[in-house]
Design a protein around this ligand. Structure first.
Ligand SMILES: Cc1ncc(COP(=O)(O)O)c(C=O)c1O
Length: 395
């Protein structure tokens, strides 16, 4: 059992959540929040904007949106879900301004600056370390296994066991930049091994929907397991499979006890009315659109990898196929992965051909790698043709 009294920073443990008059009174002549009751300063207000009452503060609790999200995830439980374990409820959720806010919020909830640490498994998403630096929290690194890019359960567990200041273990599954799902069994092993440590294991599932088949009943998502493992926290976002990076909506799933503190410390109006109105549609009627796009992206991905692989100088996809991107090796004349060539190719594509991919060769065990997001069929065709001519010229 995680002892939240010991895990959470003392100032957060005693924090009184912000309350507004509208928590208690919602109707009538509302003159309690210093809003402008004349309305928004816009020359034209669309029907949608009008219905959203943009001059009013948004709902701090977002129950309806949370309900859509838990209904969706409960409808696709993980095979490891214990039948006696409670289903996900809205109390398990905390919403953030994208996962980036979720990452920062959890860190500030748990890690005392200059004292506590977090652990990452490189190669991984860069924001965990950036947030750590901003909060004066040292980062301990335990690499993913190579070349599998899987979790080294024993190494992570031993590192956490030997250093009680490590409070958070960040895993990305599917990984960025690896594009590979971390086997759920490995994460479960780690959760069990760390059950008596005062540390949380976070699984960042930004890309998890790309592991779904169109008709899959079961998901690889571990979000439904947070009532079963109180040391598990899962992050998701609407930025990827839902195609809504612009609205900034991130979701934290965790035990109800921990969720209480995250909700107590979040800025009360962090989710705007515009964001929640779009997110409500995406997580209800939009689910079938999300699945359709995920399916299309997966088909396009297979075609794109095949077409790129036929180009001389293109090596293997060194990561997995669990995401909407992949990690392609660029080889020099001798068939050796080359950072120099990969970086030149990246620069030429971006600055001359106006095709922008990501150079990831400096990430651990990713020498010579470009990370390529799968686009539409038309975008992918442009990519392949520019890629072929640029690489031919550079080699
Ligand atoms: C693993 C991972 N987590 C989180 C994010 C950021 O998500 P959001 O747009 O919700 O802040 C990204 C974005 O690239 C990501 O790759």
């Amino acid at each position: 059992m995680v002892d939240l009294d010991k895990l959470i920073r003392p100032n957060i443990l005693t924090l009184e959540p912000y309350r507004c008059a509208r928590d208690d009174y919602k109707v009538g002549v509302l003159l309690d929040a210093n809003e402008n009751t004349h309305g928004p300063a816009l020359t034209e207000v669309s029907e949608l904007e009008d219905s959203l009452e943009l001059n009013r503060y948004p709902d701090p609790h977002q129950h309806e949106l949370k309900k859509n999200i838990v209904d969706f995830r409960n409808s696709q439980p993980n095979v490891h879900l214990n039948q006696s374990s409670p289903r996900l409820g809205v109390e398990n959720l905390c919403l953030g301004v994208g996962s980036d806010e979720s990452i920062d919020m959890l860190l500030r909830c748990v890690c005392t600056p200059g004292q506590d640490k977090l652990l990452t498994c490189p190669p991984t998403y860069g924001m965990y370390s950036i947030c750590a630096v901003m909060n004066d929290v040292p980062v301990v690194k335990v690499p993913l296994t190579f070349p599998e890019f899987q979790l080294d359960v024993d190494a992570v567990a031993r590192t956490v066991e030997s250093d009680p200041q490590i409070k958070l273990v960040y895993l990305t599954s599917p990984g960025n930049p690896t594009g590979k799902l971390i086997k759920v069994d490995l994460v479960l092993d780690l959760l069990r091994r760390l059950a008596n440590q005062n540390a949380l294991v976070i699984v960042d599932e930004a890309y998890v929907d790309f592991t779904l088949g169109e008709d899959d009943e079961h998901s690889q998502s571990m979000s439904t397991l947070v009532n079963q493992y109180d040391n598990l926290v899962v992050f998701q976002t609407l930025s990827k499979s839902f195609g809504l990076a612009g609205i900034r909506l991130g979701i934290t799933y965790c035990s109800k006890q921990l969720s209480y503190f995250l909700n107590a410390m979040k800025y009360p109006y962090n989710i705007s009315s515009l964001t929640s109105s779009v997110a409500l549609r995406a997580t209800s009627t939009g689910l079938k659109v999300m699945r359709k796009y995920v399916d299309k992206i997966k088909k396009e991905r297979a075609q794109l990898i095949e077409n790129l692989s036929n180009i001389e100088g293109v090596g293997r996809n060194i990561g997995g196929l669990d995401s909407n991107f992949f990690l392609l090796e660029i080889l020099d004349k001798n068939g050796v992965p080359s950072n120099e060539l990969a970086h030149e190719l990246y620069t030429k594509l971006a600055s001359i051909d106006q095709v922008v991919v990501r150079f990831r060769g400096k990430e651990l065990n990713c020498t010579g790698a470009l990370r390529i997001s799968v686009g539409t069929a038309a975008e992918n065709t442009v990519l392949v043709s520019k890629f072929a001519s640029a690489l031919k010229e550079l080699r």
